[in-house]
Write a protein that binds this ligand. Structure first.
Ligand SMILES: Cc1cc2nc3c(=O)[nH]c(=O)nc-3n(C[C@H](O)[C@H](O)[C@H](O)COP(=O)(O)OP(=O)(O)OC[C@H]3O[C@@H](n4cnc5c(N)ncnc54)[C@H](O)[C@@H]3O)c2cc1C
Length: 457
């Protein structure tokens, strides 16, 4: 990047907030999928006006701009494979308002989601979307990815809580969409268009989200199964019975074993699979009824053992098992590739069997965990990127995983987005006509292809 452009960037945000050293650029070369693409520079704005100026300059100089929250994304969305500037939004991290009357919060995009959740909880309120990365990822990144999480099964995903956004278009204009009201149909719903657009259509600069009253009662339990597909069958029966768990997660045998070796939580290492289930609500009787009804279904579905948490400490242990799953799997081999297939619930156990078949066929270690109640599985391939022969098998296994999900009527991404790592699979899922409509939206908003170019389209 030319020194003149660097000087112009410095004139917008100050020299302290334009990073060009090799070390700094390397720090922004990765997301959580561990891709290495150092940007030409990193710029750390504090205001929407600065972002507007940066984008005007980027259009004049034809420099790519890649928005970034905390870089926990799992599809390469926040890295700059073609070079350009990474726009680090972490300085815009203020919670501007929590309104317990209207049940909303207004935040800058760099607010860490767990901070918002903690502040809301102090006022007896819940911000439900809770991606596994909640302690690190930002609200801006969550909106840009339409992040899901453990509670999505009952409460929905990020888009279900989005009321209003302020944003800067790729050509530098500041605009607003949505309202701080329960309903709003004033013009095109641009807030929804931006939600899940992976930083390709605008930079989010202020986000208003809906909050809900914090549930008073919770009951958590684990159910042990001989096989993962039997556990998958139990999940679709619980949902078909009309029960509404707030969380319904699965760990397969490999994941149970590595979690137990890592965290020593007393998990049954010989089990085929474990379901982690929680119900919450405002009536203790209703929560108890639902928990008991779920236990009956789990037993009918051949659960070998069911254990209910007796206190908060035991409940915490259950969720610790889920929280450390990825870290525990990542210790097994040098390279970890976390995938994100989602299928209709009745196909869940078939998908689990297909993952096991694919792992056997290609001799690849795969540990699977995920948001089973949403049909959302994270087959995690444990491999070594230095071994070219093994990586070729990994590539084939990944292709077959996505093909299996699509054959079963599913999707290639339930929550991690397409970025550029999954672009070929998006084409398989939606086809050329849909991609062309998406490209037209992108071209009309970003004629110079400045904002996060080269991602999924
Ligand atoms: C251990 C772990 C667990 C995870 N669990 C979950 C989970 O349960 N559910 C889930 O959905 N995801 C999960 N993720 C994936 C990831 O955390 C989410 O996608 C998260 O929303 C990314 O937020 P971030 O702030 O890190 O964004 P980044 O990774 O920095 O960016 C993600 C995308 O958002 C864009 N972006 C960021 N900020 C803005 C902005 N202000 N304006 C416009 N575009 C922007 C970027 O350009 C990029 O395309 C997990 C990741 C890890 C590592």
């Amino acid at each position: 990047m030319s020194p003149i452009v660097i000087d112009k960037l410095i004139s917008i945000v100050g020299s302290e907030y334009v990073l060009v050293s090799d070390e700094d650029r390397l720090a922004y070369a990765y997301d959580s999928q561990m891709l290495e693409f150092p940007p030409d520079a990193v710029i750390r704005p504090r205001t929407a006006d600065e972002i507007s100026e940066i984008l005007h300059l980027a259009n004049e100089e034809l420099v790519a701009v890649v928005p970034r929250g905390s870089g926990t994304g799992l599809s390469g969305g926040s890295v700059a494979p073609g070079g350009g500037v990474v726009l680090d939004l972490s300085r815009m991290n203020s919670i501007l308002e929590i309104d317990s009357g209207n049940l909303h919060a207004v935040c800058e995009p760099g607010v860490i989601t767990a901070h918002l959740a903690a502040e809301a909880e102090k006022q007896g309120l819940l911000y439900p979307p809770d991606p596994g990365s909640i302690k690190v990822s930002t609200l801006g990144g969550n909106v840009a990815e339409n992040a899901g999480g453990l509670r999505a099964i009952k409460y929905g995903v990020t888009k279900n809580y989005l009321m209003q956004v302020r944003a800067v278009s790729p050509t530098g204009e500041e605009f607003v969409s949505g309202a701080k009201t329960r309903k709003c149909v004033a013009g095109y719903d641009l807030a929804s268009l931006l939600c899940g657009s992976e930083g390709t259509l605008a930079v989010l600069t202020e986000i208003t989200v809906r909050l809900v009253p914090y549930p008073k009662f919770r009951r958590a339990l684990t159910a042990v199964f001989e096989t993962a597909s039997a556990a998958g069958g139990a999940v679709s029966e619980i949902m078909a019975a009309g029960l509404t768990p707030s969380t319904l997660e699965i760990l397969d045998q490999r994941t149970i074993q590595v979690v137990e070796d890592y965290a020593r939580l007393g998990l049954p290492k010989e089990a085929g699979a474990l379901l982690l289930v929680e119900f919450d609500g405002f009536s203790e009787a209703a929560v108890t009824d639902e928990t008991e009804a779920a236990q009956k279904i789990l037993l009918q579905a051949q659960a070998r053992q069911i254990t209910q948490a007796q206190d908060d400490q035991e409940r915490e242990k259950i969720w610790e098992a889920r929280r450390v799953a990825l870290a525990a799997l990542a210790r097994v081999r040098p390279t970890t590739i976390l995938e994100d297939v989602t299928v209709p619930l009745p196909e869940l156990s078939t998908m689990i069997d297909r993952i096991a078949d694919i792992a056997r066929k290609h001799s690849i270690l795969i540990g699977t965990f995920g948001h089973a109640g949403d049909g959302n599985l994270h087959p995690t391939l444990l491999t070594d990127e230095r071994d070219a022969e093994e990586m070729a098998r990994v590539e084939n296994a990944i292709t077959e995983l996505f093909d299996a999900a699509l054959e079963l009527g599913g999707t290639v991404s339930g929550e991690h987005g397409i970025g550029f790592t999954k672009a070929p699979f998006l084409r398989k899922e939606v086809g050329e006509n849909t991609l062309e409509v998406m490209r037209r939206v992108k071209r009309s908003l970003d004629p110079n292809n400045i904002l996060n170019p080269g991602k999924f389209l």
